[in-house]
Ligand binder design. Structure first.
Ligand code: ADP
Ligand code: MG
Length: 410
């Protein structure tokens, strides 16, 4: 696979380089609340710009439902997901390179904006999802975008699990035209570190996975893949209750997926002791912090009217002791309702466990909510890698290292 490091100055100077970035930033009324996705693309941009490339940046932002029949509603969705504010923020990060913005996502106006670019300048194009053909990977759209550039660089790891026109269609066309197609710096890091978790070596033993979060159904493929790779899987979060119910425990009002009980049972049988479940839980009768609400630690059956909201203190000790043995660790899914301070302890215990093996083990956290918990609690530096990929990081694990937006670069 070609990487950005293989692209030399003669391949870049004065050349039009199409870079698919992930600028899907959270914003409120045109104010960007978190610029980390923009910053994550800077190493790739700086590399291209220092060699005099003319950079065309493409990204989606939010959702536009093209099945909506009312044009006024489409227009409102477009307005809510307008990329214009992103250009201003990007310009502040690269003050020495002019950032232009193209409101046109196709047609002669986009072509004219690309033609007007000078060496070392950037053109940020409006939200790719303004095009109806983007999510359908429309071949005509992909061909038009591909015709605008001489080189393709993929740096949108968070979108690499989607075979859309801007992620997969364009490099597919450009490859047939003999144009270079390469991975950017963000992609290199993400793919390398996450692939490590599906290609464990002998030195990585014991390999321990920690899984949590809300739904078993979201994670079946991850569990199945990791069972073939790991020595042990620690399961917490809401999904643990589906496994416990499958074992015959009472789980009160805990969020259980009854249609997954058979899967959970089979999974536990097949795992032959590899899966470790919580031995105690934090339970509550209310999420509402009213004065008379009850929060308790419990072992065994959970009474009706209560639900499990975090792993208990004994489980935290147990899980930390298991984590201490790991040479490779993959973690996805919070251990409890970490959004509420009362139910954060379990998730923080996993973070502490990882901190304790820093430098001795290779540790990776993947998944949108898990990564935000790590960040929010201040443990980012304790992990070898915290993926920015959200759903893409999980799909890479599920698919044994494969994603459409990665495979197309081969
Ligand atoms: P990720 O985005 O990292 O893959 P998920 O989306 O699967 O993680 O799960 C995150 C969500 O799971 C969080 O919103 C958290 O509140 C919720 N959660 C974890 N444990 C519980 C629980 N016991 N009861 C209800 N929700 C839970
Ligand atoms: Mg999530």
């Amino acid at each position: 696979m070609l990487t950005i490091r293989d692209l030399t100055k003669p391949q870049l100077e004065g050349k039009r380089v199409y870079v698919r970035v992930d600028f899907n930033v959270p914003q409120t009324n045109g104010v960007i609340r978190d610029t980390s996705r923009i910053q994550a693309a800077l190493p790739t941009l700086r590399y291209l710009l220092k060699d005099g490339a003319r950079v065309i940046l493409m990204s989606h932002l939010g959702k536009i439902d093209w099945k909506e029949p009312d044009p006024a509603k489409i227009a409102a969705m477009k307005q809510a997901n307008d990329m214009t504010p992103v250009a201003a923020v990007l310009q502040k990060f690269i003050p020495h390179n002019k950032v232009h913005f193209s409101p046109a996502t196709s047609g002669p106006d986009l072509k004219a904006a690309v033609d007007a670019l000078l060496n070392g300048e950037v053109l940020l194009v409006q939200n790719t999802r303004y095009e109806k053909g983007e999510e359908k990977n429309d071949p005509a759209l992909a061909a038009e975008w591909a015709s605008l550039a001489d080189v393709f660089v993929m740096d949108a790891f968070g979108s690499a699990h989607r075979a859309h026109a801007s992620t997969v269609g364009v490099p597919t066309v450009m490859k047939t035209q003999g144009k270079p197609v390469a991975e950017g710096y963000l992609m290199i890091r993400e793919v390398e570190n996450l692939t490590h978790c599906v290609r464990p070596t002998d030195q990585d033993r014991p390999y321990i996975a920690v899984l949590g979060g809300l739904k078993v159904s979201d994670k079946i493929k991850v569990i199945d893949t990791l069972l073939t790779k790991c020595d042990e899987i620690l399961i917490g979060g809401a999904m643990a209750y589906t496994f416990q119910k499958a074992l015959g425990l009472k789980v009160g009002n805990s969020p259980v997926e009854d249609d997954q009980l058979a899967y959970a049972k089979k999974c536990l049988d097949d795992a032959k002791g590899k899966i470790i479940l919580p031995v105690d839980s934090i339970i509550t009768n209310s999420f509402d912090p009213k004065p008379d609400r009850l929060i308790q630690t419990i072992k065994g059956d959970i009474p009706d009217g209560f639900e499990g909201v975090d792993i208990g203190p004994e489980t935290a000790v147990l899980f930390k002791a298991e984590i201490a043995k790991a040479h490779l660790l993959f973690w996805n899914g919070p251990m409890g309702v970490f959004e509420q301070p009362e139910f954060q302890a379990g998730t923080k215990a996993i973070c502490d466990g990882v901190r304790a093996i820093k430098g001795k083990a290779f540790t990776v956290c993947g998944g949108g909510d898990s990564a935000s918990a790590v960040k929010e609690f201040g443990y980012s530096k304790d992990f070898s890698h915290v993926s920015t990929g959200g759903g893409a990081s999980l799909e890479l694990i599920e698919n044994d290292g494969h994603l459409p937006g990665v495979d197309v670069l081969q």
